[in-house]
Design a protein around this ligand. Structure first.
Ligand SMILES: C[S@@+](CC[C@H](N)C(=O)[O-])C[C@H]1O[C@@H](n2cnc3c(N)ncnc32)[C@H](O)[C@@H]1O
Length: 222
């Protein structure tokens, strides 16, 4: 019998996830084992979920958004959607054309159980070129909890931009230690200089979880 208090188990899972080394095999293996209990482990103080949904909604409702239209007709992709925690607040805001992509079959399996995604794609690695059928397909991409220590390279911003039609937006969270320890700022500048995506806004030191804040980044894709 596992007699560890739930809180302690959760702490171990989240803490260990941040110690992954970004290799595909280890991430697949880690999330295969975590998928079943992920929601109960993280959901308690995961302020980032509500916050990023609200930021996305504000951006897509803004007069500056090039594809301003009814929320129900906007195509959104949840990148590294995991078990689909973001689907609930987005669905409540009437985003009904929501797809999810993730490396992990098991996390996508849990996302499927929500019944709130239109299409879900497992085995998509944002370190690699995006499959042709998904390129230039979405008005917006949202990516929460993926640019985090031990997970993806900042260069994955290029792959996410590939999912979006010109004038669409991408919204990314970066845990603060991730931002400090990686070349995220340099790649964010580069994607702008390369004419791929322009930074519209960054929200610094904003709520994410009790164990640390995050920065949030909003880009318009060119
Ligand atoms: C901490 S979870 C976040 C899940 C969800 N977005 C959330 O906030 O609850 C990180 C997710 O990123 C996915 N992931 C990690 N590396 C990835 C990669 N290279 N390509 C696609 N997904 C990846 C993992 O499989 C996992 O589901």
């Amino acid at each position: 019998m596992n007699d560890k208090p739930v809180g302690e188990t959760a702490h171990v899972n989240i803490h260990d996830a941040l110690k992954l080394d970004g290799t595909t095999e280890k991430i697949i293996d880690y999330y295969k084992n975590w998928a079943a209990t992920y929601d109960e482990d993280v959901v308690d103080n995961y302020y980032g979920v509500g916050l990023i949904a609200e930021l996305l909604h504000n951006q897509l409702q803004s007069r500056d958004f090039k594809h301003l239209q009814e929320t129900g007709t906007l195509k959104i992709v949840d990148v590294g959607c995991g078990t689909g925690l973001l689907a609930k607040p987005l669905h409540a805001l009437n985003y009904r054309l929501l797809d999810g992509i993730d490396l992990s079959e098991e996390m996508i399996g849990k996302a499927r159980e929500t019944g709130l995604y239109k299409d879900l794609y497992a085995g998509i690695n944002i370190h690699e070129p995006i499959p042709a059928h998904l390129k230039n397909s979405y008005h917006a991409a949202v990516c929460l909890g993926v640019f985090t220590p031990g997970h993806v390279q900042p260069e994955s911003l290029y792959q996410i931009a590939d999912l979006i039609i010109p004038g669409g937006i991408m919204l990314i969270s970066t845990r603060i230690p991730y931002y400090n320890q990686t070349s995220f700022q340099a790649i964010s500048d580069k994607i702008d200089n390369d004419g791929i995506a322009t930074l519209q806004q960054s929200i610094r030191d904003a709520p994410y979880r009790d164990d640390g804040d995050a920065h949030y980044w909003i880009y318009e894709v060119q």
